[in-house]
Design a protein around this ligand. Structure first.
Ligand code: NAP
Length: 243
């Protein structure tokens, strides 16, 4: 049995992952932006071993999320699932929050960062980056997913004892994906659940995965110079360094 913390797990793919993990007998700590959203998790909330609330668009609240989650640790795995597609918080929620939680929480055995196929159209240009307000940045979602995919690869290099991977869940019909999304919702959480709990076989780290298969990510993801630039920019922005 593993203990797993999932951000943004009161709805969508995070909730589906939490439910699947619980059905497999694992312990799950849920997270939502506030207590009202946690209530939306219904019976999954009742079965969780813990709950954590906090707005991941806000740096101070994200630090408190790390502190609250830490009380339920140590974790076998953390799934950085919370995400937004548009608005000022795209970079804060999709990239900065996973970085801060990674830096402040005790390293789990496995970390899964939820990416997107759209990361391939991201641009590895961090010049003049406004991490706080992405509202006027064209392509901010793709950029945020490129950065979080590079973060997954960077953590694999930095922490060789931790399996750190990124997952493209497919374009699936959640609130974010929309009703017309063409991919299978039932498969949308399967790869992150598998990476968070798999036993036996190889312990691959630093991968970008789609439906349990490794895929080639954007070339910047495995560029050591870009990884270092990204980690440096995130440390300067947050004032929080990786241990
Ligand atoms: N659906 C797709 O087709 C697709 C494709 C590629 C990648 N993804 C990725 O998959 C992940 C899950 O997305 P989804 O499809 O399940 O979308 P979703 O249904 O919109 O769920 C997103 C989750 O993130 C939470 N969240 C957003 N902003 C937050 C904030 N500021 N603080 C705390 N929590 C916040 C949401 O909470 P609230 O409900 O309170 O907003 C919600 O629980 C995301 O990282 C997304 O980028 C999705």
């Amino acid at each position: 049995m593993a203990r797993i913390f999932i951000t943004g797990s009161a709805g969508g793919l995070g909730l589906n992952a939490a439910r699947a993990l619980m059905q497999q007998g694992h312990e799950v700590v849920l997270h939502a932006r506030n207590e009202f959203r946690l209530a939306d998790a219904g019976e999954v909330r009742d079965q969780a071993v813990g709950t954590v609330a906090g707005n991941l668009a806000d740096l101070d609240e994200t630090v408190r999320v790390a502190e609250q989650a830490g009380k339920y640790g140590p974790f076998d795995a953390v799934i950085h699932n919370a995400g937004v597609y548009s608005g000022s918080g795209v970079l804060a929620v999709n990239t900065v929050a996973p970085y801060v939680l990674t830096a402040l929480m005790a390293p789990p055995r496995r970390i899964v960062y939820i990416s997107s196929g759209m990361h391939r159209s991201g641009t590895p240009d961090l010049q003049g980056m406004n991490w706080r307000d992405a509202a006027r940045r064209p392509g901010a979602y793709s950029d945020s997913k490129l950065y979080v995919t590079a973060l997954a690869a960077a953590m694999a290099n930095r922490w060789p004892d931790v399996e750190s991977n990124a997952v493209d869940p497919g374009w699936v019909p959640t609130r974010m994906g929309g009703r017309g999304a063409p991919d299978d919702l039932e498969l949308g959480h399967v790869t992150q659940v598998w990476l968070a709990t798999r036993s036996g076989g190889s312990r691959e780290s630093g991968g970008y995965w789609f439906h349990e298969k490794r895929r080639e990510p954007h070339p910047a993801v495995n560029d050591a110079a870009f990884q270092a630039e990204l980690l440096g920019a995130l440390e300067r922005h947050t004032g929080i360094g990786l241990p």
